[in-house]
Design a protein around this ligand. Sequence first.
Ligand code: AMP
Ligand code: MG
Length: 335
Amino acid sequence: MKNTHLVAATPATIARAAQILRDGGLVAFPTETVYGLGANALDESAVAKIFAAKERPSFNPLIVHVADIEAAHNVLLAWPERAQALAKAFWPGPLTLVLPKAAHVPARVTAGLPTVAVRAPAHPIAQAMLQAAGIPIAAPSANLFTQISPTQAEHVWKSLGERADLILDGGASPVGIESTVLSLAEASPILLRPGTISRAQIEAVIGPIEVLSQTRTDEAPRLSPGMLERHYAPRAETRRFAAHQQNHAQRLAAQFMARGQRIGVLYQSTLIAGTQHPIKMPDRPDEYAQQLYAALHTLEDTGCDLILIEAVPDDAAWSSVHDRLQRASQALDVA
Ligand code: AMP
Ligand code: MG
């Protein structure tokens, strides 16, 4: 049967997507980070469909996608100088800014917060769709809540199927992990979520910032709702191991093998012997990020019962990948 929901992105299908969005429907579309599930951010009932389709809890606010700085003004109360400087440096691109919201942005988008998260994506298909639609588009990742984020149209189809009115296929997302999220709504800027636009790059533009996970852990639920729980709850047991824990990881693998179960491994240098699905991951953090979710999807599709992930270096260049691995896996129990 021809799949009428998943279509190649062309000028004609992008125009159709824009019309569906204006009519209050749901469109999954590629961005440079991951695929998003979009709806008209100013239409409360359209936004409600996103939460229903994803089975996402309503306390978890959405990112509003806009074509450019001017379109961002429309969903915000004010546009401070820091926002202008950052947007000039990094938009369109994978940086999300949290700022006080305009009154007409429905509370459902922001989970009742007085602030809204906004970003202008760089992906040409997302850009074309936003421009054709002419409205701000609220869009979380296009997957069921707690599943692996989608970086290919097939991942969206696997997770959401016909829950999206249309899925635009634009190939693999080039960045591969979710955007950096920075709050400009507090007295000083706070990094809420690391991404490929780094703390150092942001500080080069606006000076020193705080990092939520380091400074304000007690305020995290208020400042960063929805960011606390584990993101990915795979069917497989998913464990992180450091190179020096190779023997422990090998022993855990042996227990699964003895039961005839399947094991997948994401590794950089430490191979676990005898496993069915080893995937060698790149040495560069940007390439690792680009491939991470697709690798996890591959292991999930092969029906792995255990996924072992070699920990990545604990330094700034790897902080966004490190963050995603922390959410996707548990540290190996080492007795
Ligand atoms: P995603 O799940 O990738 O769409 O990212 C959305 C995340 O951005 C949420 O889970 C929040 O953690 C964060 N976010 C969105 N809106 C806000 C907001 N108004 N204030 C703080 N964080 C937000
Ligand atoms: Mg998500």
